[in-house]
Design a protein around this ligand. Structure first.
Ligand SMILES: Nc1ncnc2c1ncn2[C@@H]1O[C@H](COP(=O)(O)OP(=O)(O)OP(=O)(O)O)[C@@H](O)[C@H]1O
Ligand SMILES: [Mg+2]
Length: 274
């Protein structure tokens, strides 16, 4: 145990994971992953399909068991003392329908319930409405989420995480399947939370509208961290509309900092320009 995990102003690291190993279905998915996210930082988690990004955030949040390693969230070890009420999580997909029809308001309000709190706090309706507004879903309060499109369901999940005003926000590809104007509104909301001191861990395939917010990138490949440092820089020749995808798909190790998002590293990072 580190003696200086917290100081007078709170935890110095929002996420501190060491030697994380996960085995699922007999396959070793994560092999000794170390991730430390200082409080207040915005970190992108990158990597190709199947590299282990979702499994890593699920492991960090205690949703899949670790076969080795330690995780602390906001200074507390995973387990009953972990400060879940201060953490917001947006999964990659809507959990499978339970058959129970819930409206957008009910799903978002569930983000305000935790532990033994069976009733939402005072003023919850205003907070729920503001969270739905932040994802462009004002006016959909009473609609059952099962009847919504995939992108609309994703927006409701984001609102459920935002409504807590979390200190640690963990997002798994939050903008995939969401239209561009809504992405911009959502990124503004994440920027506001960050401005208030929140820590953000976001899984992305392209930095896209998050690019100005991202301070660091952690890149996974085959369940290992292969880069931890500056985020990839979009290359000028990828920015133009005339760019053609004629990359040689090498798979080199990224340099220690600031990989260019270019012909060789783009595929490694799972970050092709559109
Ligand atoms: N419950 C499970 N049982 C067995 N294998 C699993 C399970 N969940 C994930 N995996 C495997 O773990 C590996 C990593 O999956 P994961 O979902 O973490 O990847 P990812 O980086 O999030 O990919 P994507 O970009 O496609 O979302 C994949 O090979 C996947 O098949
Ligand atoms: Mg994933």
């Amino acid at each position: 145990m580190s003696a200086d995990r917290t100081d007078a102003t709170g935890p110095t690291n929002a996420v501190e994971a060491h030697g994380v190993e996960v085995t699922l279905g007999g396959s070793r998915i994560l092999l000794g992953v170390d991730v430390v996210v200082p409080a207040g930082e915005v970190v992108a988690l990158l990597g190709t399909n199947g590299s282990g990004k979702s499994t890593l955030v699920r492991a960090l949040l205690g949703a899949v068991p670790l076969s080795a390693g330690t995780v602390h969230l906001l200074g507390e070890p995973l387990g009953p003392r972990a400060p879940w009420s201060r953490i917001g999580y947006v999964p990659q997909r809507m959990p499978a329908s339970s058959g129970v029809s819930a409206t957008a308001v009910e799903v978002v309000a569930s983000g305000l319930l935790h532990g033994r709190a069976l009733r939402p706090p005072r003023g919850w309706r205003t907070r729920v409405r503001a969270a739905l507004d932040a994802v462009g879903m004002a006016g959909h309060e009473r609609r059952p989420v099962q009847e919504m499109s995939g992108g609309q369901q994703q927006r409701v999940l984001i609102a459920r995480a935002l409504v807590r005003e979390p200190e640690l926000l963990v997002l798994d590809e939050p903008t995939s399947g969401i239209d561009v104007p809504t992405q911009a509104t959502f990124v503004d909301t994440v920027a506001r939370l960050h401005g208030q001191g929140a820590t953000v861990v976001v899984i992305l395939h392209e930095l896209g509208p998050f690019e100005p917010l991202i301070q660091r990138a952690v890149v996974l490949r085959h369940g290992r961290v292969v880069h931890d440092g500056l985020p990839p820089r979009p290359r000028l020749d990828h920015a133009g509309a005339t760019h053609h995808h004629e990359h040689a798909h090498h798979d080199p190790d990224p340099p220690p900092t600031g990989p260019a998002l270019g012909p060789t590293l783009g595929p490694t990072l799972g970050m092709e320009a559109p």
